[in-house]
Design a protein around this ligand. Structure first.
Ligand code: NAD
Ligand code: ISE
Length: 336
């Protein structure tokens, strides 16, 4: 039996999720879409020749008996309201990051899911499904480099719109490292500090870019992430893990090597399509876990909550310029 999806938010990434669910994910179909931009959504469906019901509101979509699972791909501040309604209706939820934009709203989502008594929510932290990060994790877990000491990571984007603000470097961009690094090194954050090196002239007046975020973990590891969203040259994700017995690097984004004009070159991705395969894999895992009714091994609402609490500490550290504590309460039994 295939899972019938309703997608809320058919913008940049929502459209790609609709395509992957219709064309690539086994056991999935898309039966409904809700977007405040109804005309734009209908235009997209016409271009693609997809026959799907269109609603203006998430409430109508969630009430549709032909929807088993809801994909939330609207902008961040709208996520919590849609997710809470879907959980109340006992529907599965795949939420793009962030789960919600405040720790308080994430807590409401945890409470609602626990009240429902069933794990329903997966968060779109797709890097956990990326082949390169999986190879890193397997090497770490097999003790290949012994005790871990440090991580150096880079999250570089070619450019961002002028609506992008300094705190978004954390809540919109770094949020991926906040999730993937604690998963990778099997440790939790203790405190965080943010510093601002010499700034690029290619940013807007209101944006501080680049930024350096330095986490200390509970066991004393230092994880440093450089966030630079106006590199101009490409979408470049790097991660190096340093252990007592060696160093591991995230494999490079792979493209063909071109020999031409007396040069050898390889490409750099232009945007988050660098993770196209990981999005496919995360959705396949979501569908498989629903069909098998197994306790899902994926980024849960708890992981979304931890990311939000950590992001709050990072944003505080951006202005205080001091070390800020990351205070995560004990994980509820429900999420263990
Ligand atoms: P976007 O602005 O291109 O699209 C958002 C869409 O949601 C628009 O079509 C808008 O009309 C619609 N919308 C907004 N509020 C709505 C509401 N209340 N109800 C219904 N529709 C609503 O944004 P985007 O770049 O596609 O990002 C969407 C989400 O995906 C964000 O949470 C973003 O952080 C996330 N995202 C994740 C990745 C990733 O790598 N995992 C990449 C890009 C975006
Ligand atoms: C975007 O929303 C994403 O999630 C991308 O993965 C990230 O690289 C980018 O900085 C965000 O704006």
């Amino acid at each position: 039996m295939s899972i019938k999806f309703g997608v809320v938010g058919a913008g940049g990434i929502g459209k790609t999720h609709i395509e992957r669910l219709i064309e690539r994910v086994a056991g999935a179909e898309v039966t409904a879409i809700a977007d405040i931009n109804v005309a734009g959504t209908k235009e997209f469906l016409k271009e693609k020749n997809y026959k799907v019901n269109v609603y203006e509101t998430d409430t109508e979509l969630i009430a549709d008996p032909n929807v088993d699972a809801v994909v939330v791909a609207s902008w961040g501040p709208a996520h919590a309201e849609t997710i809470l309604q879907a959980i109340k209706a006992n529907k599965y939820v795949f939420s793009e990051k962030p789960l919600a934009t405040t720790a308080e709203d994430c807590q409401k989502i945890l409470d609602a899911e626990m009240k429902q008594g069933k794990r329903l929510v997966q968060v779109g932290f797709m890097r956990r499904f990326d082949e390169g990060y999986i190879q890193l994790k397997e090497a770490i877990d097999s003790n290949l480099i012994g005790e871990l000491l440090m991580v150096n990571a880079q999250h570089f984007n070619p450019t961002v719109p002028d609506s992008y603000t300094t705190d978004m470097a954390v809540t919109d961009t770094l949020i991926h490292e906040i999730d993937v690094l604690r998963w990778l090194v099997n440790d939790e954050y203790d405190n965080v500090q943010v510093s601002f090196p010499k700034q690029t002239s290619r940013k807007f007046g209101h944006l501080k870019d680049p930024q350096i975020v330095r986490f200390e973990t509970k066991t004393g590891m230092i994880l440093e992430v450089q966030v630079f969203v106006n590199t101009q040259y490409g979408y470049d994700i790097q991660c190096q893990v340093i252990g007592e017995n060696g160093v591991l690097d995230l494999p490079e984004f792979s493209t063909v090597r071109l020999r031409q004009d007396f040069k050898v070159s390889t490409g750099i991705s232009e945007g988050w399509n660098r993770f196209t395969k990981s999005y496919d894999v995360e959705f396949q895992a979501f569908v498989d876990s629903i069909q098998q009714r197994e306790l899902p091994d994926f980024p849960s609402a708890w992981d979304g909550y931890v990311a939000a609490v950590t992001a709050d500490a990072c944003v505080k550290a951006q202005t205080s310029k001091k070390q800020e504590k990351v205070d995560i309460p004990e994980k509820p039994e429900f999420y263990k």
